[in-house]
Design a protein. Structure first.
Length: 741
């Protein structure tokens, strides 16, 4: 009965903390403050400071003074710390740090050293009565220094993003500095934790902690990085149970946290590093990321911060000594962090106004300080009074940061170089390929399959897109060795293209993630549909036969309809049927100024860049509305052609090409049908690849009559690309009916 009562109390506590955290967090967001501050304040409201003073009987009933009962909520809160560090690591963009590392390093170092020294001075001057253990003053002093010096990357990034400065140079410097702050902060906390365990300065213990942290970090970002990637991929590609990847991520986090604990540093370092590695995984799709974030943000984050608020007793601030200490902490934390970050900004080459903005932006402690204070309280390095003072300091500095940063950023001018960079990034952000996270290429051993593999490799290399090769067939192979050989050849073609694309991109990056899957179903359509569940943004099909009559082969149509995302069909013709050498490509892309044609142009630009080829954008003016079937054959009709890159439809593609260093030639043809103009341009321009953006149609032709005639008559290789999912074939047409499963 007592066990049942404790469970009821625990569930009641969770319910109260969740609801209060959500409501107060919502209120704080509406007034421009971080949600975590609302969750922390909700805990204060439910704690002894407010609810305990207004309704003590209700408060004692909801939060009884029972060690066992408190342990249940504390266990949930401690698990929340690890998951918050996991999420913080996943949100840590090391790419931002690389782009602003010079200024970020100086800002982070001076921004930590100055307030850390301030905290050490306070710790050394504190009277023994205010310490949890006078014999361990050093540990308390180090925790105070750490609490004053570390910024919260989550709060900083959130505020900078909300102010619209995340892409600005100064915004990236602030976020990069906060990233380094966080990383150094958890290393410092881990070392201090090792000191706390030894009870003082033990040279051997300190050495083991520091060396252990260095070895752990070195192995994590080399061998561990590859291992984490493989584990996530294995769970994503082989486990069929629901949310298996989430389970693997949690297991990796727990394992790395336990590993850091085993080497004498705190679990938080392992969880944070695990988050960084998991966030870099090439197949961590937005869907998986959203699922994990939903679990943490909806449950563990409000519980942890509200629980921290419960431990905060504001009535203790009525004591003059503690109130004076709290005010001193706030002043020294603010002045120390601001002056240190400002000094680092000037050393790092920032202007006066930029350094001023950095100083304001780095002065938010938020979640990081709450976690540090909670760890200090749990190991006895802090007592309840010092914990309350640190929480108050974190709340005040975090809530003061947004208006201060907003004022400082408003006075930072934008240079022409920065304006140009922002325009480039904004232009690229709208891109079709930009939003593709992973490619699935389904190919057979035909020339079209080999050509498709090479083209996909080019795109994957130049755009850094993880790729999975799925060799497909519709009849069992009598020779399994031949099947494996075909799979190896397809994968080799993708890798060869990726290497060429990697060289063309001039980007120093890791090797493109390319893997091979085996067909486990009798039909290729079932194999593609099953593999599509693993999370892909683009399906590329290269197989033969491609056509049947005047349209696509029904197997291709069925394969596309089972995917549910962007698709591309590759057809090899001319020399591409005999050779894998696709460099350089002479590419033609029809453009109309629509989203569909722009998406085709993006793919064409990526291929031109990777193959170091040429690209011509063709616009057809005054397209005839009469059906092509009533017209003379396209090659018997004389069409006018002029170079006109100033045409709006072409100018957009020219500009897009400039962003990637690809020169786009413009051509306009007038008169006749669109398909006639395209076919004529292929011949006169001697193009060897046509890339065409298309949309699925409801009729007999998958992508409409224009695409059908191009498919039937184009002498060059073709790549049809559509960002819209292809619906199921019409049941009324037996040739297009979906095969029963």
């Amino acid at each position: 009965m007592a066990h049942g009562a404790s469970v009821v109390v625990f569930v009641s506590q969770v319910l109260a903390l969740l609801v209060a955290g959500r409501l107060v967090g919502e209120l704080m967001q509406r007034i421009g403050q971080p949600q975590v501050m609302g969750q922390l304040i909700s805990g204060v409201l439910l704690g002894p400071s407010v609810l305990g003073a207004i309704a003590p009987h209700l408060w004692h009933s909801l939060f009884p003074d029972s060690t066992d009962q408190q342990a249940m909520l504390d266990a949930l809160s401690q698990l929340g710390i690890l998951l918050l560090l996991l999420m913080t690591g996943m949100e840590t963009d090391l790419g931002v740090f690389r782009g602003a590392r010079r200024a970020a390093v100086s800002i982070s170092l001076t921004g930590i050293v100055v307030p850390f020294l301030c905290g050490v001075v306070i710790g050394e001057l504190l009277p023994a009565a205010m310490l949890p253990n006078a014999a361990k003053r050093l540990i308390t002093t180090l925790f105070l220094g750490t609490a004053l010096s570390i910024s919260s990357v989550k709060i900083v990034a959130l505020v900078v993003r909300d102010l619209g400065f995340l892409r600005r140079t100064v915004g990236q410097v602030i976020v990069a500095s906060a990233v380094l702050d966080d990383a150094l902060g958890w290393i410092i906390v881990s070392v201090i934790f090792g000191l706390a365990l030894s009870g003082g300065i033990d040279v051997g213990a300190v050495t083991r902690s520091v060396l252990g942290a260095i070895v752990f970090l070195s192995l994590s970002f080399t061998v561990g990085r590859r291992l984490v990637f493989r584990l996530i991929r294995w769970s994503n590609d082989n486990l069929v149970s629901e949310m298996s990847v989430i389970t693997m991520i949690l297991a990796i986090t727990a394992g790395m946290a336990l590993l850091t604990n085993a080497i004498g540093v705190h679990l938080v370092l392992g969880a944070f590093v695990a988050g960084i590695l998991i966030g870099q995984s090439p197949i961590l799709t937005r869907h998986i990321d959203a699922q994990l974030r939903g679990l943490i943000v909806a449950l563990f984050m409000p519980i942890f911060f509200a629980t921290a608020g419960l431990k905060t007793d504001l009535s203790a601030l009525a004591q003059p000594d503690l109130l004076l200490l709290t005010v001193g902490l706030i002043l020294l934390a603010s002045v120390g962090k601001f002056s240190g970050a400002f000094l680092g900004g000037r050393i790092g080459g920032l202007s006066f106004r930029e350094s001023l903005a950095v100083g304001c932006g780095m002065n938010a402690r938020g979640s990081t300080e709450i976690i540090i204070a909670s760890i200090g309280l749990s190991i006895g390095a802090l007592n309840q009074s010092l914990f309350t003072a640190i929480v108050a300091m974190a709340v005040v500095t975090t809530m003061a940061m947004p208006p201060m940063l907003r004022w400082a950023l408003a006075h930072v001018p934008m240079s022409e170089a920065e304006k140009s960079r922002l325009e480039h990034e904004e232009f690229e952000e709208r891109g079709f390929l930009r939003n593709i996270e992973r490619i699935l290429v389904a190919v057979d051993a035909s020339p079209s399959g080999r050509f498709a593999s090479r083209l996909v490799g080019l795109v994957a290399g130049v755009r850094r897109l993880p790729t999975t090769v799925l060799p497909v067939r519709d009849a069992p192979r009598r020779n399994e060795d031949a099947t494996e050989l075909e799979a190896e050849e397809s994968t080799a073609a993708v890798k060869a293209g990726a290497e060429a694309g990697d060289e063309a991109s001039n980007v120093q990056a890791d090797e493109v993630d390319i893997t091979t899957r085996q067909q486990k179903h009798a039909s290729s359509e079932e194999a593609i549909a099953e593999e599509a569940k693993k999370g892909y943004g683009l399906l590329v099909i290269g197989r033969e036969p491609t056509t049947l009559g005047t349209g696509f082969d029904p197997r291709i149509t069925r394969s596309l309809s089972g995917f549910g995302g962007a698709v591309a069909i590759i057809v090899a013709r001319r020399g591409h049927r005999d050779s894998l050498d696709v460099s350089p490509l002479s590419i033609l892309v029809p453009v109309t100024g629509t989203r569909v044609s722009r998406e085709g142009a993006e793919l064409a630009i990526a291929l031109a860049q990777a193959s170091q080829g040429t690209l011509t954008a063709l616009h057809i003016a005054n397209v005839a509305r009469t059906s092509a079937a009533r017209r003379p054959l396209p090659w018997t009709r004389r069409l006018e052609s002029v170079l006109l890159p100033e045409h709006p439809a072409i100018a957009e593609i020219v500009e897009l090409g400039e962003h990637y260093g690809v020169e786009v030639r413009g051509a306009v043809r007038s008169g006749g049908t669109a398909q006639a103009a395209i076919l004529q341009q292929i011949r006169t321009g001697r193009h060897d690849l046509l890339v065409m953006g298309v949309s699925p149609r409801a009729g007999d032709q998958l992508f409409g009559d224009v695409a059908a005639e191009i498919l039937a008559n184009a002498p060059c290789s073709i790549a049809f690309v559509s960002s819209e999912p292809v619906g199921p074939p019409r049941e009324s047409d037996p040739a297009q009916a979906v095969r029963s499963r």
